[in-house]
Design a protein around this ligand. Structure first.
Ligand SMILES: CCCO[C@@H]1O[C@H](CO)[C@@H](O[C@@H]2O[C@H](CO)[C@H](O)[C@H](OCc3cn(Cc4ccccc4)nn3)[C@H]2O)[C@H](O)[C@H]1NC(C)=O
Length: 135
């Protein structure tokens, strides 16, 4: 599937926010926003699934350490629509990450890797990026 963006050497600090703005493709099956140390060490794989891997309208979150997936956490309160514009804001501290979504929805996920900064960001799948902002 389509890799939309990879950014490295970011040095995003705890308390700062990574904002990803874009448009979900009309026939989207899924997309993912990954943040972490590098492509094999992800503190968060944020993966909204419209219809993929047997999931329909589920947000799958997971971590990856040395290339090995962790235990998935799944959210069925699904604030995404195919074809819509959306904005995802990820902030974190050494304990957890907070993903702010449309409609004041928030998802909290543990910082299983204990990362103190985020070096790596990638966006994959059926998502057309409009802007990336670090604040
Ligand atoms: C019940 C026993 C099998 O469990 C299934 O095992 C699959 C394989 O590990 C799980 O699917 C994987 O879940 C991972 C998160 O835990 C990742 O989402 C794996 O995908 C990685 C990936 C990203 N990409 C790029 C991309 C991303 C988004 C949309 C399109 C392409 N391509 N592959 C995805 O293949 C899938 O979530 C899991 N399902 C359950 C219910 O546990």
């Amino acid at each position: 599937m389509e890799c939309r963006l990879v950014a490295t050497h970011l040095n995003v600090q705890a308390g700062e926010c990574i904002k990803v703005k874009g448009k979900i493709l009309p026939e989207a099956k899924g997309f993912a926003v990954n943040v972490g140390k590098d492509r094999s060490n992800l503190v968060l794989h944020f993966n909204p699934r419209f219809d993929s891997h047997g999931d329909v309208n589920v947000i799958v979150c997971n971590s990856m350490e040395d290339g090995m997936w962790g235990t998935e956490e799944r959210e069925t309160d699904f604030p995404f629509q195919q074809g819509d514009k959306t904005e995802i804001c990820i902030s974190f501290d050494t304990a957890e990450l907070t993903v702010k979504l449309a409609g004041d929805k928030e998802i909290v996920f543990p910082n299983r890797l204990g990362l103190q900064n985020i070096e790596y960001l990638s966006v994959e799948g059926d998502f057309a990026i409009k802007a990336i902002k670090f604040s």
